[in-house]
Design a binder for this molecule. Structure first.
Ligand code: AHR
Length: 522
């Protein structure tokens, strides 16, 4: 189906020297962190597309989680459940990637238009072998995008589809005239939709066709040629990118196909305890598993650095962007859930993964201009979990909400000198952070303390800026695997943070153990 690199081997070796303090020790041992924010040297924009969400026809990610149908007793608007849509609107979700994932390279768009009762029922061969009714197709997806107030990122079928099928889908979606536009109008939508992003297949190295890099790059060139936007509009084309550290894939794609592309993707999942297939539990883990997981989250820094360096070679002007359009934690699916549905609980540990990644992306925002966590609802590291008419927001959701000021903010460079947190064979920087000047003009600082047992004192110098006061919010909990359930939905959520103050022009923060803190300076 798709292959995955093993992730755990020699993990300590994978940590770059820059990640670790030279004074590595068994734990943070009370050693504080010092940092400097260079507010007078603003960096690139932290594009709001960094908060893109991924919604695949997988498990209950679409059916049940988003779509319940117009006749459902669950309150809905044109079939999409109001509670979930409202929560996603609150997050200001900028972009939604659909319909996959692996599903995309077997998806035939014509099966998802026209009267729903006449659409073919297919088998979802990747995810549980369940039936796929094609109830949610192009029109329904764009209705979801409209309701959430997001933009569309549609992934096309290179795997078992033709360039003509792909070109016609793009025309059906975007064209103001012609027979495909007329057909769209007959199906209920006379106006063309805006589709700023289009994926040229997905994981062509695996479930998308098990292709070699050279073949995939040639196909990407060919298929991209026929993706055309009507005059006055733009569809940015994103190539199916590398799996983890397959640098040859990025090299080949850039060398062969860059001229036809606007972006190249990268997929990287955190797979604790030995890698593929995912088997580590989402809850009930010990501190070693905590450290293993967060060390793997930090690996994103190394991966993005190296893939970006390859892109720099072929695209020094940085015209193309790196879209990390699948990332997050992949655990064993929860006991009692349908095989192949990738349903997993989401804990405080996932909140740390989210914050660490969002902080890493700030450092690379000149090249990483889109990222999509996997996935939006009920699948993998989800924002939201549902069961029937019940819904709960996960710790990951709350981190995304806390980081909203990062959307289209300006990155402020930050240097951090932090002790190493280690447990057993695993080691990572105790404190991760990023800073931005928000569109509100204020400085916002995000910090995560990976040490699950010790608070960390952080002193932050502000170069080129002055602040009088600071307010903040924190996510933490007693247990590393604290999570929200339908019975106890508020177990992990943001609380007012009183552990920061301005002293002598410096920002002083006492980060609780295992916490994410977001601060606003005045
Ligand atoms: O997100 C689940 C799956 O992970 C996606 O379908 C695929 O692209 C990746 O292997």
């Amino acid at each position: 189906m798709f292959r995955r690199a093993m992730h755990r081997s020699a993990l300590a070796v994978l940590l770059s020297a820059s990640m670790l303090s030279s004074t590595a020790q068994a734990d943070t041992g009370g050693k504080p962190t010092s940092a400097t924010i260079q507010a007078d040297q603003p960096g690139p924009v932290y594009h709001k597309e960094m908060f893109t969400q991924f919604a695949e026809h997988l498990g209950t990610g679409i059916y049940g989680g988003l779509w319940v149908g117009e006749d459902s007793p669950i309150p809905n608007t044109h079939g999409f459940r109001n509670d979930v849509v409202s929560a996603l609107r609150d997050l200001s979700v900028p972009v939604i990637r659909w319909p996959g994932g692996c599903f995309a390279d077997e998806y035939h768009w014509r099966e998802g238009i026209g009267p729903r009762s006449e659409r073919p029922v297919k088998i979802n061969t990747h995810w549980g072998g369940v039936t796929e009714p094609n109830t949610v197709g192009t029109h329904e997806f764009f209705e979801l995008v409209r309701q959430i107030g997001a933009k569309a990122y549609v992934a096309g079928n290179v795997g078992d589809g033709s360039p003509r099928e792909m070109a016609e889908w793009v025309e059906y979606i975007t064209s103001p005239a012609g027979s495909l536009a007329e057909e769209r109008a007959e199906n209920g939508h006379p106006e063309p939709w805006d589709m700023p992003y289009f994926g040229v297949g997905n994981e062509l190295w695996g479930c998308g066709g098990n292709m070699r890099a050279e073949y995939a790059a040639d196909l990407t060139r060919r298929y991209s040629t026929f993706i055309k936007a009507p005059d006055g509009t733009k569809v940015l084309k994103i190539a199916a990118g590398a799996n983890v550290d397959d640098y040859n894939w990025t090299e080949t794609m850039m060398r062969v196909a860059a001229a036809q592309l606007d972006g190249v993707s990268l997929h990287y999942y955190v797979l604790p305890d030995g890698g593929w297939p995912p088997h580590a539990p989402a809850t009930g883990f010990d501190e070693t598993a905590w450290a293993d997981t967060l060390q793997q989250a930090w690996r994103m820094d190394e991966l993005v650095t190296k893939h970006s360096a390859i892109m720099d070679k072929y695209d020094p002007e940085r015209r193309l962007f790196l879209a990390v359009d699948e990332w997050g934690a992949w655990y064993a699916q929860d006991e009692g859930t349908t095989p192949g549905f990738l349903r997993q609980q989401n804990t405080l540990r996932d909140a740390l993964i989210a914050a660490i990644n969002l902080n890493i992306f700030a450092k690379h925002a000149d090249r990483v201009r889109m990222s999509a966590i996997a996935q939006m609802v009920n699948v993998l590291q989800a924002m939201i979990l549902t069961d029937g008419d019940k819904m709960v927001l996960t710790p990951t959701y709350h981190v995304f909400e806390m980081y909203k000021p990062w959307q289209d903010a300006t990155v402020l460079p930050i240097t951090i000198d932090t002790p190493t947190y280690s447990k057993g064979a695993f080691a990572l920087p105790a404190v991760s952070g990023s800073a931005v000047r928000g569109r509100d003009g204020k400085i916002h600082v995000g910090l995560a303390n990976a040490d699950p047992t010790q608070a960390n004192r952080v002193t932050i110098a502000l170069d080129g800026a002055a602040a009088r006061s600071v307010t903040g919010r924190v996510i933490t909990a007693q247990a590393m695997d604290a999570h929200n359930s339908f019975d106890a939905p508020q177990t992990v959520g943001p609380a007012v943070f009183n552990g920061a103050s301005m002293q002598g022009g410096k920002l002083m923060v006492t980060l609780p153990a295992k916490s994410v803190v977001v601060l606003e300076l005045q």
